[in-house]
Design a protein around this ligand. Structure first.
Ligand SMILES: Cc1ncc(C[n+]2csc(CCOP(=O)(O)OP(=O)(O)O)c2C)c(N)n1
Ligand SMILES: [Mg+2]
Length: 816
């Protein structure tokens, strides 16, 4: 930009013009105007987006208007290798770092189911949810240090916070652990910042406070921006935050000369030069010193209100609405450009016009591509129906379906599918080429729509856990008999020795090597960065795992007891379990969550809420080994894979004696392959975990009464018996019992559905299927509490015995 553009009639003195010339070089002016152009284009995208929703071309819209300028400033200090974990307002930032085009932005709004059109999620994520592709076509991590990375957004407010902590924590590990320096595609000496964004109201969430505290404790490079527009939908600030200001509320975090903590920075969301300076300052502290920064951006606005679900005139006063217009960041930047940078208003107008046109054209391209994709199938089906109209005896009815289909103004896939299925019903029983074509199309669509809407639940790469083959444990005469916990300890020691990327952390995991000593001595041997104590904060322990796994490490995050899993469940369910799915294979976090459960003592140390896990964690593997050797085999399997998993050790198994395999670090157990613990011919009992021992005891007692039980340990609930071996057992016994410690209707119901429906075992049953479960309440305290709350050997005996009485009353006399 040449400053001669300053019109001579502009009422400014020559000296003022000179001063501006010194302050803003030509290059700087060019950059300022480019930033302004981007802000306007992004704003226009928001405005158009809202209209598209109201025109019925998209389902719902949430936009980043009012937050543009701060995001452009943040993007200036976001470098290759850095990571973002943010929320739905960040479109301008994503544009500014070059990881989102306006066309892609609209493709996501329309839910275009194509990775090319919407690289973040292929139409799976609601608009405004951003992600970059960290994986190549083979599912391997790309060179993260060359990319500007965004972890995949989720909708639950503050849900990004645990992951953000982990992303920042990874930098600390890369910087401080020399053994990680070799992974040059993952990090450059830990120089990467994890940038977080969150709305002011969402800072009320527990996850926010938990993560903020943890980052201060850990001193990790986390640059946390808060977009403060003084509202959370309709609810104003004073309902959300103490002192109505998050930076005031958190002032005690500020570091001092003698205490570590945060750097807290506040700045106005409409102050372009102030924001740029402040972000440069924040970056320096964060990147160089690895000090977390709380960056509170105040006085932001929301010109279009929260989302397309309602208007903000309902809850904002006239004064507030007027204030928002006045303080609109784009308006303010325009004023500043004209008054301080001395650009002519006409020139700014021209930039605006061009930016708006560009946004409109991008929208049109996105819509055209989306429509072409949808219409392709619509045309095929319409063609088939057209021919069927004249040839089928149900012609008139098919004609109506066809008319309905072509009438759709903004057609989506479902109209075409619905029409095809309705027509298929009418054509049933006819023999015609049209019917064949229609059924052929439906078959193709089954696969295509599976790919569009249901693929990538678990890894499809070469490193999929399902592809890890069995390596048997090796025993020799010298294999010692040890406590179960020592088997695990040897396994973890081998893993930490084998691979510098492996690390473990959790409450009491470091110094004492966990409460059951599976890691005993391993911190001393492998160092505090590999085997690490954490605060009591289950949710962010999991987040630490997700973030480090996303950045290519192999974390084992420990939740001390399965009962406390519930604190971490939101993050596991909303973030980890669906990560691979929601990015359609664009991101993965192969985290192993280690925990211990099943019977021990009392209400909160004996949980076996497997149904809860099954219902909330699809996308993860759920592994419940019966002893520590099996557990070790599964750890080895999962450490070779790129899928996330939960491994639940048996609380009461750490001191039971097991033989330590000679190849403790190598042997692997395939997932989804049950073990037959005992062969039998009268009844199949399916179980897992600590119940294996209870069922085996009952089975031995039943044998003495002439009842032969086949006992099967499924070992992994997800995946469940992939080769249908339980079906083979039922074919032999014709009777089945599902036994576990969960509540009635919990995991036993899941197993029953798998076996009776999916494996189609129903037809081989001669007796009604049976479940044996824990009681509805949590287990009462002490041994008696356990005995009367959870299934015990006597109960298993009696229930199976009663089943056989019904089968053969003359042979088995009733017990009571
Ligand atoms: C856990 C959870 N609760 C409620 C919601 C519904 N919700 C979506 S956005 C929002 C308000 C967030 O306000 P703020 O954090 O200030 O962000 P802003 O939209 O103002 O930028 C709410 C309540 C949600 N997405 N997640
Ligand atoms: Mg807000």
């Amino acid at each position: 930009m040449n400053l001669t553009v300053v019109h001579l009639s502009n009422p400014r003195t020559l000296s003022a013009i000179k001063e501006v010339k010194i302050r803003y070089s030509q290059a700087r002016v060019k950059e300022i105007l480019a930033d302004y152009r981007l802000a306007v284009e992004s704003r226009e995208a928001s405005l158009i987006g809202r209209k598209e929703v109201f025109m019925g071309k998209a389902k719902f819209g949430i936009f980043g208007d009012g937050k543009e300028i701060a995001q452009i400033a943040m993007a200036k200090v976001f470098r290759e290798g850095d990571f973002r974990a943010g929320y739905y307002r960040d479109q301008t930032f994503m544009f500014a770092i070059g990881e989102l085009t306006v066309q892609q932005y609209f493709a996501q709004l329309y839910a275009h189911t194509s990775v090319e059109a919407d690289p973040a999620s292929a139409g799976r994520l609601m608009n405004g949810h951003y992600a970059t592709r960290l994986l190549d076509d083979e599912g391997k991590l790309r060179n993260l240090t060359e990319l500007r990375n965004s972890s995949a957004d989720i909708s639950p407010t503050a849900g990004q916070m645990p992951r953000l902590l982990g992303l920042a924590y990874a930098s600390k590990l890369f910087r401080e652990n020399p053994a990680l320096k070799q992974y040059t595609n993952l990090s450059k000496d830990g120089n990467e910042i994890a940038f977080g964004t969150i709305g002011n109201a969402s800072t009320s969430e527990g996850m926010f406070f938990e993560a903020i505290n943890a980052a201060g404790v850990l001193q990790v490079p986390m640059l946390m921006s808060i977009w403060d527009d003084e509202y959370g939908i309709s609810v104003p600030q004073e309902f959300h935050t103490t002192k109505a200001s998050i930076s005031k509320a958190l002032a005690g975090l500020q570091r001092t000369d003698v205490e570590k903590g945060y750097e807290i920075i506040t700045v106005k969301g409409w102050d372009y030069p102030g924001l740029i300076d402040a972000y440069h300052k924040a970056e320096k502290i964060c990147r160089d010193e690895h000090v977390p920064v709380l960056f509170h951006v105040q006085e932001m606005t929301q010109p279009q209100g929260h989302s397309t679900s309602g208007s903000h005139e309902r809850y904002k006063s006239k004064e507030r609405l007027a204030w928002e217009v006045e303080h609109d960041c784009i308006r303010k930047m325009r004023e500043w450009i004209i008054n301080d940078v001395l650009i002519l208003p006409e020139e700014v107008d021209a930039i605006e016009q061009e930016a708006k046109l560009s946004a409109k054209q991008a929208k049109e391209r996105a819509w055209k591509a989306f429509m072409e994709d949808v219409r392709k199938d619509q045309r095929i089906v319409t063609g088939i129906l057209e021919r069927a109209v004249s040839l089928s005896k149900r012609g008139p009815a098919i004609a109506l379906i066809k008319e309905e289909l072509v009438k759709a103004i903004n057609p989506t896939r479902l109209e075409t599918m619905r029409a095809a299925k309705q027509a298929a019903r009418l054509l049933a029983g006819e023999t015609s080429a049209e019917r064949d074509d229609l059924l052929g199309w439906l078959k193709t669509m089954e696969a295509d729509n599976f790919d569009r809407y249901s693929s990538h639940m678990v890894s499809v790469s070469d490193e999929s856990a399902l592809k890890v083959e069995r390596i048997d444990p090796v025993y020799s005469d010298s294999s010692p008999l040890v406590d179960g916990r020592e088997v695990l300890q040897a396994c973890f020691d081998a893993a930490l020795t084998r691979d510098p990327r492996v690390l473990a952390f959790g409450e009491d995991v470091g110094k004492i090597g966990d409460v059951n000593q599976g890691f005993a001595g391993l911190q001393a041997k492998h160092g505090e960065l590999r085997v690490t104590d954490t605060g009591i904060r289950e949710c962010t322990i999991v987040g630490q795992g997700i973030g480090t796994a996303l950045r290519g490490l192999k974390p084992i995050a420990e939740i001390q007891y399965l009962d406390y899993f519930i604190y971490a469940l939101p993050t596991l369910s909303d973030d980890l379990a669906c990560l691979y799915y929601r990015t359609k294979g664009g991101q993965k976090a192969p985290l192993i969550v280690r925990t211990r459960g099943h019977r021990l003592e009392g209400v909160w140390h004996a949980g076996s809420q497997i149904g809860m896990l099954l219902h909330s964690l699809r996308g993860m593997f759920i592994i419940s080994p019966r002893n520590m050797t099996q557990a070790a085999g599964f750890y080895n399997t999962m450490l070779k894979s790129d899928d996330p998993s939960v491994i639940i050790e048996c609380l009461n198994g750490y001191r039971l004696k097991e033989r330590l395999p000679d190849n403790i670090g190598e042997f692997t157990i395939p997932l989804g392959v049950p073990d037959i613990l005992r062969e039998g011919s009268d009844v199949t009992i399916v179980t897992y975990g600590s119940m294996c021992r209870v069922v085996m005891e009952a089975a031995e007692a039943l044998e003495e009464f002439g009842i032969s039980c086949e006992v099967i340990d499924v070992q992994t609930l997800l995946p469940f018996d992939v080769h249908h071996s339980i079906l083979e057992s039922v074919k032999k016994t014709n009777r089945i019992v599902f036994a576990d410690e969960d509540v009635p209707g919990g995991a036993t119901s899941f197993m029953m559905q798998e076996v009776l429906e999916k494996q189609d075992a129903f037809q081989f049953l001669d007796s009604k299927p049976l479940t044996i479960t824990g009681k509805e309440h949590r287990p009462a305290y002490a041994s008696d509490g356990d005995y009367f709350s959870k299934p015990n050997p006597e109960e298993v005996f009696e229930k199976v015995y009663a089943l056989m009485v019904e089968v053969n009353p003359s042979r088995f006399s009733s017990l009571y």
